[in-house]
Design a protein. Structure first.
Length: 309
């Protein structure tokens, strides 16, 4: 099992020290020193004020932030959580990712999604109703420009007449692609073109409203994974070649004084048996010292013991 953290700009207000040079240096280096395998940043370039005040969260630019982290770390993977693909031209994204992958020595994992905030799409001038087609075309174009020269492609929102972009990514044939979302469409995408799946917890009430499959229990996750492995088999691919990134709520929040590390570790075995390969760990964001202490504590009580067994 591998472990990742996301930069915790989730509290209101979040600690302003998080977005200083020293704050990001401390976050990234503490994550690496504590044994985490990946770190990431969320992607919200222009969220609505209404969404922010209804429980949403702020964000920095994930590509700029991950490039910064690449320079101050040596081992940890760089995993945005997640990039909303339709927000940007695919060749601009491909160039940013190739650059970070080159500068980091091949540490970028492209975790993606098609997005859901209508107001943000509108602000960015992107057709929300066409986001799935835009997503699929963008992924095809990015793989194409990463792996070939003189690349030609006709899409609904752009035309490539024979483009070549260097440097190519260090990782071959390209950086791993993870796709988020619980829908059948998302999981079919994973099976067809990706290397990993990042499902999102979805309580039944929320799932009904959002029209997405519920994901609350291990049984829910098992059912969705069974479908994913069926799609993978139909695509002629091997389930062992895929990553699955999820959460482990057992034992309580890692920042809580009564966090039960033993129960948390025991639950990792159940998740691993289903095919989960990465755990994303939730961090507090209202106090940078609590953020760093949580990572250190988790490394000592969960990561180190789980890797020694």
């Amino acid at each position: 099992m591998k472990f990742a953290v996301t930069f915790p700009m989730v509290a209101h207000p979040w600690d302003q020290k998080l977005i200083t040079k020293q704050g990001v240096v401390d976050f990234a280096r503490t994550a690496e020193e504590s044994g985490f395998d990946g770190l990431g940043f969320t992607d919200h370039p222009a969220p609505t004020d209404r969404w922010l005040n209804a429980g949403g969260h702020d964000a920095v630019d994930p590509f700029a932030a991950l490039a910064f982290c690449a320079a101050i770390t040596d081992r940890i993977k760089l995993i945005p959580n997640i990039v909303v693909v339709p927000y940007r031209n695919p060749f601009i994204m491909a160039k940013a990712i190739s650059t970070i992958d080159s500068f980091s020595g091949g540490r970028f994992i492209f975790a993606t999604g098609s997005g859901y905030l209508k107001g943000e799409f509108k602000a960015l001038g992107v057709d929300f109703n066409n986001r799935n087609q835009i997503f699929d075309e963008a992924i095809e174009a990015m793989i194409g420009i990463w792996t070939t020269d003189d690349f030609a492609y006709e899409a609904s929102t752009f035309t490539a007449l024979g483009q070549t972009a260097n440097p190519k990514p260090v990782q071959k044939p390209h950086p791993p692609i993870w796709i988020g979302g619980n829908s059948k469409r998302a999981r079919r995408r994973v099976a067809a073109v990706a290397n990993g799946w990042t499902p999102f917890p979805a309580p039944r009430v929320l799932a009904t409203t959002a029209r997405t499959p519920p994901l609350e229990t291990l049984d829910d996750l098992a059912a969705l994974l069974d479908e994913l492995w069926t799609y993978v088999d139909e695509a002629g691919r091997n389930p062992a070649d895929f990553d699955v990134s999820y959460l482990n709520p057992v034992g309580g929040p890692p920042a809580a004084p009564d966090f039960d590390a033993d129960a948390h570790i025991a639950a990792l075995a159940d998740l691993e048996a289903l095919g989960v390969t990465w755990i994303t760990v939730t961090l507090p964001g209202d106090d940078i010292e609590a953020t760093l202490d949580t990572m250190r504590r988790y490394g000592e009580t969960v990561i180190a013991p789980s890797q020694s067994t």
